[in-house]
Design a protein around this ligand. Structure first.
Ligand code: G6P
Ligand code: MN
Length: 439
């Protein structure tokens, strides 16, 4: 196979070593890290250097702050950027909480603010990719991932594919709770990113999900089972993605965040600042410092939401989804994966261009949604509503209309109020200079 080059946008990001670790021993020969912040690039470069030590054939790594230079010659582009960094996440979450609505980076007011400042940036990136590397496959991790993938698809078509670890992790946990090995049953799942439901576990003619829902002990054995509780899961007849917790339990979560006195973003901002200081300290062991920070980050994931310690010993994080996706394309090996792609008639509730998160088959021609996919009927209204909020965000960013940004906020079911939406947009604009384009 000819040499393969992967370009990572947001190359100074904390999770980049996870991606690089997954690439060791793979078909990727060269990794180009791009970031707007050279010091973060240098810090992460040190971790990658330590990871590659003594590994024969480890992909070569170089870093640059020049986007065109980075993209030139790319076979794959990963986009994992965070506009305004974790400081931006703190603002997304805190401004929302101050208004008494959910403060979360991808859901509700926070997700809309994050989308409004990210979409113009990713549109410019997508345009640059279409000029400089029109043949490249683009894998989007940038959150809010569904919305961002849809913005990029307007320029890149089906060459951009959005990924998230949560659907495959849910599927893996449900199979394990049923005592099944990964890949031994087919999981039915559909929705939008961070807004989907697992509706069946098929083995031949049988659906094993009712067996799981009837078994309290098995339901207590995995994350989503504990998060949503047996009664609710039975009433639903489906297992929601963990992010549905923010919709089903907003009031309790707002109270918990206010009581905690610190949002996830505020916690991570401190934790990550310390980590990057350590990564650049002369003579320090960058890899151990990174690993310790990763362990702490994983152990505290959704802690405030009552998740408890996460059991991720089995691996299978987003880096594995990304690698499986690239491998399927590069080797033209048909591979089933749950991905964010354009609907193309799959879910009749949404139009063809809507980016949805659904089971796909990936090969050398890209990702195609599995046509038999069906949405959880009890989730259809919410999915339609959130897609129309996303569309308002996309339109507000394309036109620079503050009125549309207010409409996007007001249309979200976790906000559902024009006066609150107006105050939110004003408060976000005051604190985020990237939203100055909304007039
Ligand atoms: C999951 C989600 C990602 C999100 C991350 C946040 O992995 O799928 O979309 O970025 O959680 O984790 P954090 O440690 O930043 O709170
Ligand atoms: Mn995600």
């Amino acid at each position: 196979m000819p040499t393969k080059r992967l370009v990572i946008l947001g190359g100074g990001g904390f999770r980049v070593p996870l991606v690089y670790g997954a690439l060791l021993g793979s078909f990727v020969d060269e990794v180009v890290l791009h970031d707007v912040d050279a010091s973060r690039l240098a810090a992460i470069g040190r971790v990658l250097h330590a990871q590659a030590a003594g590994v024969p054939g480890a992909p070569a790594v170089r870093g640059t702050t020049d986007l065109t230079e980075a993209l030139t010659g790319a076979d794959f582009v990963f986009s994992a950027i965070r506009v305004h960094g974790l400081e931006g996440r703190v603002i997304d979450e805190r401004v929302a909480l101050d208004e008494g609505v959910l403060g979360q980076e991808t859901v509700g007011a926070g997700g809309i603010a994050y989308g409004l400042r990210t979409v113009p940036v990713v549109r410019a990136i997508a345009r640059r990719i279409s000029l400089v590397a029109p043949e490249a496959w683009v894998i989007n991790f940038t959150n809010p991932a569904g919305l961002v993938t849809e913005a990029m698809a307007a320029h890149l078509g089906d060459r951009v594919i959005g990924i998230c670890d949560s659907p495959s992790a849910l599927a893996r946990r449900v199979l394990r709770a049923l005592g099944l090995a990964p890949g031994t049953a087919e999981v039915e799942y559909a929705g939008l990113n961070h807004l989907g439901w697992l509706t069946a576990v098929r083995q031949g003619e049988q659906d094993l999900l009712p067996r799981l829902l009837a078994d309290r002990a098995r339901l207590g054995s995995f994350e989503e089972g504990r998060l949503f509780g047996a009664e609710r899961l039975r009433a639903l007849g489906a297992v929601p993605n963990e992010y549905l917790h923010y919709y089903y339990d907003q009031q309790a979560l707002v109270r918990a965040s206010l009581a905690a006195g610190e949002t996830r973003g505020e916690f991570l901002l401190k934790q990550q600042r310390e980590c990057y200081t350590r990564l650049t300290a002369p003579g320090g062991d960058a890899f151990s410092a990174w690993q310790a920070a990763l362990g702490q980050r994983n152990a505290t994931y959704m802690a405030m939401e009552g998740l408890g310690e996460r059991d991720d010993a089995e691996g299978g994080g987003y880096e594995d989804v990304a690698l499986a996706l690239m491998r399927a394309i590069a080797r033209d090996e048909p591979t089933p994966l749950i991905l964010n792609v354009r609907n193309r008639g799959t879910l009749p509730e949404l139009d063809d261009d809507a980016v949805v998160e659904v089971p796909c088959v990936v090969d050398g021609a890209g990702a195609r949604p599995v046509p038999s996919t069906r949405l959880f009927p009890g989730g259809a209204d919410l999915v339609r509503r959130i897609k129309s909020t996303e569309r308002a965000v996309l339109e507000a960013s394309a036109t620079g209309s503050r009125a549309l940004a207010v409409r996007a906020m007001a249309s979200h079911p976790l906000i559902d109020s024009v006066p609150v939406a107006r105050r939110l947009v004003a408060a976000y604009q005051e604190r985020l200079p990237e939203l100055g384009y909304l007039t």
